[in-house]
Ligand binder design. Structure first.
Ligand SMILES: NC(=O)c1ccc[n+]([C@@H]2O[C@H](COP(=O)([O-])OP(=O)(O)OC[C@H]3O[C@@H](n4cnc5c(N)ncnc54)[C@H](OP(=O)(O)O)[C@@H]3O)[C@@H](O)[C@H]2O)c1
Length: 318
């Protein structure tokens, strides 16, 4: 089979198209004949071995696929457990395969898995968004952000403030349902968020950028507000001052999707909810890029250089 593999950690050039034997399903695993593999920002961290879990070489990247389960011919979405997705066949944990309803295109379904479930849990499980609260979604035109923007109001928010780095991305966020979209640059961000909320501090911030964006967002947070940190796209992590947290009655909470694995109640019901919204047309999963498998490096470059919107997928047969 064809796969993209890396024999060393480093820049995009380490991603090589190779011809290798199909994987063998281990205990508790099944084989999936992959149609499309999802590309996620975490893949760019993992490529340099800088993500939350240490990676081992040689590495076939890719946390999610859509395709046909070989054992019964059922079309499934599947999580790979963190590696093995950029390939024509993937061995995946049997309990992380989700049969797909009719009427959902493969690429749309793929957008709903890691990014969709993350957006859902950011708003509900970690953000604990209460009815009428104001939610800020950073990187609102991205894969996760573009879904969070659309889900925030149906899941309770009263006002949704999007941030993005360009006019086009901000227009997209508003088109997807944000009440307002502001420039995501850290300088002046606190004031822009307050202005976007009628001068009032905000209740929930979903932040995967970190660094100065995190700090500026904290300064816009209301008492009892929740800052949900779930990524470091900007490259810097933050240190939180507990005295300030106490003085402002603020909460900082983290989210890593891995902690949903092994908890069917955190996967099955939210995913069914996402499927239903997508089928009903109230949730628009935007596929912003479809690349041949051999162009995986280019997909990661485009993602890291902020050129993309929505979900990126690899066609493993192109
Ligand atoms: N914790 C978890 O379980 C989990 C799950 C899914 C995703 N994530 C995290 O969520 C973030 C988004 O992931 P995604 O796959 O949905 O990607 P994405 O949002 O489609 O792409 C990343 C976006 O981040 C923004 N960004 C801000 N500063 C950036 C910088 N310095 N370099 C590159 N991009 C920057 C860019 O939007 P603008 O140009 O508009 O700023 C860019 O388009 C990543 O940090 C990822 O690791 C975490």
């Amino acid at each position: 089979m064809r796969a993209v593999q890396q024999a060393e950690f480093g820049g995009p050039e380490v991603l090589q198209l190779v011809e290798i034997p199909e994987p063998i399903a281990g205990p508790g695993e099944v084989l999936v004949d992959v149609a499309l593999a999802g590309v996620n920002f975490a893949d760019t961290h993992q490529r340099r071995n800088e993500y939350l879990a240490a990676a081992e070489l040689p590495l076939i990247p890719g946390s999610e696929v859509v395709g046909i389960r070989r054992s019964d011919g059922v079309r499934v979405l599947a999580m790979t457990g963190g590696r093995g997705g950029y390939a024509q066949v993937a061995a995946v944990p049997a309990d992380l395969c989700f049969p797909l309803p009719d009427g959902l295109a493969d690429d749309v379904a793929l957008a709903l898995l890691l990014q969709g479930l993350t957006a859902w849990h950011l708003i509900r499980t970690s953000g604990r968004t209460a009815p009428g609260e104001t939610v800020v979604v950073h990187a609102a035109a991205g894969g996760t952000g573009s879904l969070a923007v659309q889900l925030a109001r149906p899941l309770g928010a009263g006002r949704v403030i999007a941030t993005a780095s360009s006019e086009d991305k901000r227009a997209l966020a508003v088109d997807l349902g944000a009440d307002v979209a502001v420039d995501s640059a850290a300088e002046g961000l606190t004031q822009r968020l307050l202005d976007a909320n009628g001068g009032r501090p905000v209740d929930v911030v979903l932040d995967a950028v970190g660094g100065e964006v995190f700090d500026a967002s904290m300064d816009a947070l209301a008492p009892f507000g929740r800052m949900v940190t779930y990524g470091v796209s900007g490259g810097s992590t933050n240190t939180v001052n507990t005295r300030r947290l106490m003085r402002e009655s603020r909460t900082v909470t983290g989210f890593w999707f891995r902690h949903c694995l092994g908890h069917p109640e955190l996967l099955d019901e939210p995913l069914a909810d996402l499927f239903e919204r997508a089928r009903a047309g109230t949730l628009r999963a935007r596929v912003g890029g479809r690349y041949p498998l051999g162009d995986a490096a280019q997909a990661q470059i485009d993602l890291a250089e902020r050129r993309t919107t929505g979900k990126l997928v690899l066609d493993v047969h192109a």
